[in-house]
Design a protein around this ligand. Structure first.
Ligand code: 5GP
Ligand code: MN
Length: 335
């Protein structure tokens, strides 16, 4: 990060700070935000974590999570803390439209903004940018940030647990975006007392019966395989959402099952939401879903994990997605 000395000076006296992460926060959004929250609190800053929408129940155990302010449920309180902020950290998102209304609220403010993020093509909306598209997770970058500030010794157990959560969720339990550096960091987190077995149990063995049956329904009744394009699709309708009483976060990870097939390179999980159709895309190897999400579905993300949306109905969106595949046939078959 350029101007790290300036930022160090800003943080040398207690400040009112907010940390913002993206809509529909995942383990990395919450893990990185709460890790930074605990770190900054330990230096006497007054810190608030702001989320545009509610976090999934599976993260209820995380230290500090109940302190998060959710714009959807507490818009007035959110406005109040945002107005008081002297510094604004933006974590795990690369453009203000990823935080909806909260983006409009912070854009005109004079408070300095600091971006810490690992998504491709970050937009230059922040005063300080820490962008590393090779990082496994924003949580890994929060660790890097603390090191950069010269505070390795100040990392407490709560910070370590939150960093671990961001890393373990964004790497699919150390399956992708790993590096020797990442494993060294994780080793240090364990040395600080993180109980990795307990945390993985809390995070990944948390489904209820209904969710496991929903997974079965997706694989048995809603999956379509297009062998010619090495592509798998799972599409859920509004009725599926009603029948299975699906709530936020409960479909997390279903898209990855498609990639368990040897001959699949591209996976799409397409869901009918109240106002939009949401696409969750995954790929193997060099095939970039970021390209498809950005060019055709107003989205983005990473090479092997991206998302986007469409204002067209589910059927039309599915048709559009399938009609794109011939264009990518050659690269899909190169894997
Ligand atoms: P997921 O499929 O798990 O929702 O998201 C996968 C990746 O794509 C995440 O890094 C997420 O930030 C990004 N992503 C998901 N939806 C969108 C979207 O609508 N717009 C953009 N720019 N990125 C998205
Ligand atoms: Mn992330």
């Amino acid at each position: 990060m350029e101007n790290i000395h300036e930022l160090k000076a800003l943080l040398s006296a207690p400040k009112d700070i907010i940390i913002i992460s993206h809509r529909n926060p995942d383990g990395d959004a919450i893990g990185s935000s709460l890790a930074l929250y605990h770190y900054l609190c330990s230096f006497g800053h007054a810190v608030h974590v702001v989320l545009p929408s509610e976090y999934p129940d599976v993260f209820q155990w995380m230290p500090g999570v109940s302190e998060c302010i959710v714009f959807d449920t507490e818009p007035d309180r959110t406005r109040e803390v945002i107005e008081h902020a002297q510094l604004i950290f933006c974590l795990d998102f690369n453009s203000l439209d990823r935080i909806d209304k909260v983006g409009e609220l912070i854009q005109p403010l004079k408070a300095k903004k600091i971006l810490i993020d690992h998504h491709l093509y970050p937009e230059p909306f922040a005063d300080y940018m820490m962008s590393d598209t090779t990082a496994s997770s924003t949580a890994e970058m929060v660790y890097d940030f603390i090191i950069l500030m010269g505070h390795k010794k100040e990392i407490g157990l709560a910070t370590a647990e939150c960093i671990y959560t961001g890393i373990v969720t964004d790497t699919g339990s150390f399956k992708f975006s790993t590096s020797p550096k990442l494993f060294r960091i994780v080793a240090e987190l364990l040395e600080l007392g993180v109980d990795d077995y307990r945390l993985q149990d809390l995070i990944f063995n948390s489904l209820d019966e209904k969710q496991l049956r929903l997974l079965g329904h997706c694989l048995n009744n809603r999956m379509e395989i297009l062998p010619e394009y090495r592509t798998g699709i799972i599409a859920l309708t509004k009725e599926d959402y009603e029948d299975f009483e699906i709530v936020r976060g409960e479909t997390e990870g279903i898209v990855n099952y498609l990639l368990k097939m040897r001959d699949i390179t591209l996976a799409a999980f397409i869901t009918e939401q109240p106002n939009i159709v949401k696409l969750s895309l995954r790929s193997k190897g060099d095939f970039s879903v970021q390209d498809i999400a950005r060019k055709h579905f107003k989205g983005g993300g990473h090479r092997n994990a991206s998302g986007g949306f469409s204002f067209q109905p589910l059927k039309a969106t599915l048709r559009k997605f399938k009609e794109l595949l011939p264009e990518y046939k050659e690269s899909l078959n190169q894997y």
